[in-house]
Design a protein around this ligand. Sequence first.
Ligand SMILES: *Cc1c(COP(=O)(O)O)cnc(C)c1O
Length: 465
Amino acid sequence: MRYVSTRGTAPVLEFEDAVLAGLARDGGLYVPEEWPQFSAVQFRAMRGQPYADIAFQIMQPFVDGAVDDDTLKSICDESYNGFSHDAVAPFQQLDDNLFLLELFHGPTLAFKDFALQVLGRLFDTILARRGERITIVGATSGDTGSAAIEACRGREAIEIFILHPKGRVSDIQRCQMTSVTEANVHNIAIQGTFDDCQDLVKEMFNDEDFRSEQNLSAVNSINWARIMAQVVYYVSSALSLGAPDRSIAYAVPTGNFGDIFAGYVASKIGLPIERLIIGTNTNDILARFMETGAMEARDVVPTLSPAMDIQVSSNFERLLFDLYGRDGRIVSQALTAFRESGTMTAPSDVLDKARELFAAARLDDDGIKAQIAATYEKSGVIVDPHTATGLHAAQICAPDPSVPVVSLSTAHPAKFPDAVETAIGIKPSLPPSLVDLLERPERLDTLPNDLSVVQKFVRERATNK
Ligand SMILES: *Cc1c(COP(=O)(O)O)cnc(C)c1O
């Protein structure tokens, strides 16, 4: 399986190099040259199998021998062994045809564990074989940092540096990162905002000397392996509800478009998906695009669902690539225009194509609280603010009532206790494994928002010279 860049001019790579590269050299994102196909017979045979076994079968054609079958099988087993629910991704039925898919039973209580647990192990396997080491630098506004740290802690070939904005992540999110004691984990609190952190990371990647000296790698959802691993829970959940003999709709709280793009990939490999419903918060660029065909960036507004406080969803580029007939030149032109002017309008045939599968709805903070309360009153289930945006969109954009709608529950409500408490007056409690989290000793360094200071820190701490 070869991987091509969405902007058409970067070298075509095999899986292993695409995973290590993260961003393509022409600024694009890697996607498979063609979509592997699964037949209805193959899907039916997976029904009822353990999650890790389905994961192996779905990922195998994408990995395509870069990791041998036995190793890939153990990576799948080990990645999902640490989940606290036997089903890995269990359902809660909310209504006749509305299901919550709980994706928060991993070690850091958000869906990002599903992909990062796999990615950490893939990195390890590939690097050990090559005799190489990497330095991971990433910025987080909350959930990605802890999931990446958890996946990379103690791994021989990896040094991981996670930047978070000092004082601007929740206590739980901070402690999930800073209570990790392995020596290869480095938490940096930046005196600045999340955007400052992200800019520092981008500048480190753009500094060619630093990038090659440190062998920098990325763990955000521009990394193809993350999308690949997320396709699995679409398949496993759809099979439980009767696919491939029946079509299923999904509602997805969306920020960087990684999670819902995995749903798109599931449909491309042959899973019957009736509709993919984008849930946004007040930062609703994707919902506006679906209404008008115009992508128009605005300032990011902080909301109760911070993991979705994003204006430019990087993975949307992967969808645009397909919508524009896989012509990297047009994608590149459209995105250059967007970067320069802040707007981009898709031609009507492209918008029509997007609307064949996608729908979208937005929810502001008052709506989020109302949705948390309504779900609790109706079914006794407590959902987090991100999940609430998805549930709202699921109801607004549901197709024909005979089609089951699966709404993805992306985080445990105890990760966002304040928002939940204002909505229903109950503070959700952390699961047993994390009850003492806030009392654990913390390890972090505070640095100014200054590229040279941060680079010096990384150089000194990384053991791979
Ligand atoms: C990251 C995240 C999202 C958004 O997912 P994308 O793949 O960026 O669209 C939604 N909910 C939670 C809880 C998250 O951590």
